[in-house]
Write a protein of this length. Structure first.
Length: 326
């Protein structure tokens, strides 16, 4: 049994699909609510659906401990202002699962975030020492909640208090199938596809820095398929532990992203620039890029898909399909 928290969400449901395809028994921990999130799971056999608040009771009632726990459940809204809510949903469950996995000797994979790097002035090195983490300055409460967890885990690790395998993943800008329920937190590709398919231009933020052209703001865009391949690799290599960046390894501009989308649809590029909202400017990241040296040194050799190939695959297999769900 593998337990996936946030298993009905974006990355979580893609992991559930991959595990189910391999014949694994999977328990999904999530709230389904009243949106279409259930469709993320509809094609796959799952062993159990567990409400997040019932997870402790569920784990205690199992005849044997899970083979692994993949902890992807969290509030991922970067605009969330209720910090107490972030603590309840992002911090406290993570700390509890670390303690459980240490006590029961269960491997733990968990989601951190590239948002913990803040504006990038301290770099994007996935150094997990307490000293390195102390230099980072997250720009919003969501990123801070992830950073709190990373720093606590680093402290426990230094004291020798850790699960037999632990893997923290600093996800960069992930896009792909099953993100449709995320509203404004969907990827730019997903949101822009709706406009482009109606013959409208892609709207991008105008740069508010003189040294960066409009549309030249850059992110490390990474396809969800590549993220899942890496996670499966870690599950198959229980001797590997650590904190790792999970991005493509190459920053690309939003203009590049828009051009890739238009190319995938066979249309000329048409971009319209709008001002970045004033309230976002102080927290806006102009550049992110994932150094992959630690991931490669750990033994993960699979390539990450180039932006154009990933966008083309996303459009053809999902966004333009009658059934866009994995």
């Amino acid at each position: 049994m593998i337990v996936v928290t946030g298993g009905a969400g974006f990355i979580g449901s893609n992991l559930v699909a991959a595990l189910a395809a391999r014949g694994e028994e999977v328990a999904v921990v999530d709230r389904l609510g009243g949106d279409e999130r259930w469709r993320n799971l509809a094609k796959h056999e799952i062993a159990a659906l567990v409400a997040p608040e019932a997870l402790g009771e569920y784990l205690d009632g199992l005849a044997a401990a899970p083979r692994a726990i993949c902890h992807l459940g969290a509030i991922s809204d970067t605009t969330e202002r209720d910090v107490d809510r972030l603590v309840r949903h992002n911090v406290e469950p993570s700390l509890a699962l670390w303690r459980y996995c240490q006590a029961r000797q269960v491997p733990l994979l968990y989601a951190s975030s590239a948002a913990t790097y803040g504006d990038g002035r301290a770099g994007f090195d996935d150094d997990f020492t307490s000293a390195a983490l102390a230099r980072l300055r997250p720009l919003n409460a969501y990123a801070w909640s992830k950073h709190v967890v990373d720093r606590r885990f680093a402290r426990l690790l230094a004291r020798g208090e850790a699960p037999p395998q632990w893997v923290g993943l600093k996800f960069f800008n992930v896009f792909g199938a099953n993100e449709y329920h995320k509203g404004e937190m969907r990827s730019v590709v997903c949101k822009a596809y709706e406009a482009v398919s109606r013959g409208q231009p892609v709207r991008l933020f105008r740069s508010h820095r003189n040294d960066i052209a409009d549309g030249g703001q850059a992110r490390d865009f990474v396809y969800v398929d590549d993220c899942i391949a890496a996670m499966l690799w870690f599950l198959d290599h229980p001797g590997v532990s650590g904190m790792f960046n999970l991005g493509s390894g190459r920053a690309r501009s939003f203009a590049d992203l828009a051009a890739a989308l238009f190319a995938a649809l066979g249309r000329p590029t048409d971009i319209e620039f709008v001002d970045t909202p004033v309230e976002l400017r102080a927290r806006y990241q102009f550049f992110t890029e994932a150094p992959l040296a630690r991931l490669r040194a750990a033994g993960y050799e699979s390539p990450f898909q180039p932006l154009e190939a990933a966008v083309d695959d996303y459009v053809e297999r999902y966004l333009a399909a009658q059934d866009p769900y994995r």
